[in-house]
Design a protein around this ligand. Structure first.
Ligand SMILES: Nc1ncnc2c1ncn2[C@@H]1O[C@H](COP(=O)(O)OP(=O)(O)O)[C@@H](O)[C@H]1O
Ligand SMILES: [Mg+2]
Length: 257
């Protein structure tokens, strides 16, 4: 019988092009004992691949709910939410208190099936890049707030997802530490681009970091203003353009002086 070279039964599936994050007309209502809470209604947000979009709004306006929709942790009741695979960095750092800092950072790799030593080895370079070298064996309780946030952020990066959903990652930090972490974030994204949706209640932080700022208003949570921020990094809070954009966002929040 002559030898034949068989064509594959199926063509390899094309790797689909990245879409970033697309939230269109998304609604989400919670039904509790005290009635219904409409957390989101007609929410709109778009982050193109590689963009950093900041979401600002008062406490309770649906920011965390929005991130959970993006990460597929809960479904919208209406509208559509589409995203490249996304990982959530939750509002609380959720480090395991009994595990070392390095093992906490490497957790995402363990979750992806790597053995302990391999996970540690792969986590080490990022751990070092984030100024955590020397603290590998420290327990979270022995770390400063800024270091804990960095460990949590390294863990989020190591999840290997193209979209990062960061829920108020700098909220609990003092101003100096926050500024330092802003620098780490921008440098990291320049080195290895990701699509980022960053939730914050700090308008200035949003304008300093983002390509676009989405301002939300509460009850029900929705986007009331989208600001493009076409300014190069590093940005200073005293830059005239930064000041002006901050004022416009504050106005949309009803907080202008
Ligand atoms: N699982 C839930 N069950 C009931 N209500 C919820 C739930 N999650 C959020 N909410 C309510 O939805 C609203 C928006 O919450 P959230 O998304 O956490 O806002 P934010 O992150 O902007 O503070 C709030 O009123 C909150 O109490
Ligand atoms: Mg929240």
């Amino acid at each position: 019988m002559p030898e034949t070279t068989e064509a594959p039964v199926m063509e390899p599936r094309p790797v689909s092009a990245p879409i970033g994050v697309l939230v269109e007309g998304a609604g989400r209502t919670f039904h509790g004992r005290d009635g219904a809470v409409e957390a989101l209604r007609g929410m709109e947000l778009r982050a193109r691949p590689g963009e950093l979009v900041a979401v600002v709004g008062a406490s309770g306006c649906g920011k965390s709910t929005l991130l959970e929709l993006i990460c597929g942790l809960q479904p919208p009741d209406s509208g559509s939410v589409r995203s490249d695979p996304a990982v959530l960095m939750p509002q609380r750092d959720l480090l395991l208190p009994w595990a070392s800092a390095l093992d906490n950072a490497a957790l995402a790799l363990r979750a992806r099936g790597l053995g302990r030593d391999e996970a540690r080895a792969q986590a080490q370079p990022l751990f070092t890049r984030f100024g955590l070298a020397g603290f590998e064996r420290a327990r979270p309780a022995a770390l400063s707030g800024g270091m804990r946030q960095r460990v949590a952020f390294v863990r989020t990066l190591l999840a290997g997802k193209p979209v990062l959903a960061l829920d108020e990652p700098f909220a609990a930090l003092d101003a100096l530490t926050r500024q330092e972490l802003h620098g780490w974030l921008i440098a990291t994204l320049a080195a290895e681009p990701r699509t980022v949706v960053l939730v914050t209640h700090d308008v200035e932080e949003a304008v300093l970091l983002a390509d676009r700022v989405v301002v939300m208003s509460p009850r029900p949570g929705r986007a009331v203003l989208t600001l493009e921020i076409p300014l190069p990094h590093p940005r200073k809070r005293t830059d005239a353009a930064v000041v002006e954009l901050r004022e416009r966002a504050l106005q949309a929040l009803g907080l202008a002086a």
